[in-house]
Design a protein around this ligand. Structure first.
Ligand code: NAD
Length: 297
């Protein structure tokens, strides 16, 4: 009979990290240092994007960061958005800048992301910061993979030598996650994606299974082995008339089926999502300290 799994409580760990950051900010500021400042750009009025940005702003308030929220209409031109990014790049008080994705179709997300100054790229999305993942002294790490590694470490999960199966190879999550797990954490990594044949053959071999596909319930109970450690990155809004919001959030893992076999598992919501925000704060603090050091040099 299997033992009950341990829930990887991303919300609790993210709260602990926020407390640690808040303490550090107080020490910094009371010593005459600068309060870290995050700027967020939101284009349009998509409900999910607004919720994500509001959560990030709330997190900034909680840890004592300065924050600026710039909300532009859906119709803003790419050129105008680029010039706003240039303006924030040049604003000496701002340490971190994020542009909430997705952007409207007439704006190129990759061009916009690339315009952010790498030193202020606290989502860790620019080519320079991606390239630096394969450095022993990385730049600002992509926030979601960074948060996942931090979550596993805070539960003292030994990654070294484990077989990690990454389902999804996107630029945002799967690709950088697989590199971080192999290069920095020394796991043995298999990467699966939409073109992978016989997905379950791979997922069944995972000691650590990380899933980021946006396909709700893709991973079923019979696709994993006993004792697997499961990290579910997926978040999909499923329409329902059973609550006032009109939707609930579902991950890529069929939780009820997989949880009894897992040794550790993240819930959705309350797993990876809060850790991504915690990483964003950690990156902003790091960016702020790096910039202060550069000015002193
Ligand atoms: P994406 O659409 O860019 O990439 C999806 C990936 O899944 C691709 O690599 C694709 O090949 C793979 N895939 C799709 N269907 C598959 C299948 N049937 N079998 C195997 N692989 C399949 O998405 P993304 O940006 O990587 O995001 C994935 C999910 O993670 C989404 O639900 C997104 O909302 C969520 N997400 C959550 C956080 C967070 O903080 N919790 C952060 C980023 C993304």
């Amino acid at each position: 009979m299997s033992q009950k799994s341990i829930i990887l409580d991303g919300k609790k760990v993210a709260d602990d990290i926020k407390d640690e950051i808040a303490q550090e900010v107080e020490i910094l500021v009371s010593g005459g240092g600068k309060r870290p400042h995050l700027a967020a750009i939101l284009v349009g009025d998509d409900g999910a994007s607004q919720t994500y940005v509001n959560n990030k702003i709330r997190a900034c308030k909680r840890v004592g960061f300065e924050y600026t929220l710039l909300n532009f209409p859906e119709t803003i031109s790419e050129n105008k958005l680029m010039s706003e990014i240039e303006r924030i790049n040049a604003d000496d008080d701002v340490d971190g800048l994020i542009v909430q994705l997705p952007l409207p179709e007439h704006i190129s997300s990759s061009k916009v992301t690339e315009r952010i100054m790498p030193e202020k790229d606290v989502d860790g999305f620019t080519n320079l910061n991606y390239g630096k993942i394969t450095s022993k002294n990385p730049g600002l790490m992509p926030a979601t993979p960074y948060g996942i590694v931090e979550l596993l470490k805070r539960y003292d999960i030994d990654i070294l030598g484990k077989h990690c199966v990454m389902v999804g190879n996107s630029r945002t999550v799967g690709a950088p996650m697989s590199i971080i797990m192999s290069y920095h954490e020394n796991a043995t990594v298999t990467v699966c994606h939409i073109h992978t044949k016989n997905l379950e053959e791979h997922t069944k071999k995972a000691d650590i299974l990380i899933v980021a596909t946006g396909k709700p319930g893709l991973i079923k109970g019979d696709m994993v082995k006993e004792g697997v450690i499961v990290v579910d990155v997926g978040i999909t809004r499923i329409t329902t008339d059973e609550n006032d919001r009109g939707y609930y959030l579902k991950g890529d893992v069929e939780f009820e089926e997989v949880e009894p076999k897992a040794s550790y598992i993240t819930p959705v919501p309350g797993g990876v999502g809060p850790m991504t925000i915690a990483s964003l704060l950690l990156n902003t603090l790091k960016a702020s300290k790096n910039r202060a050091q550069l000015k002193q040099a």
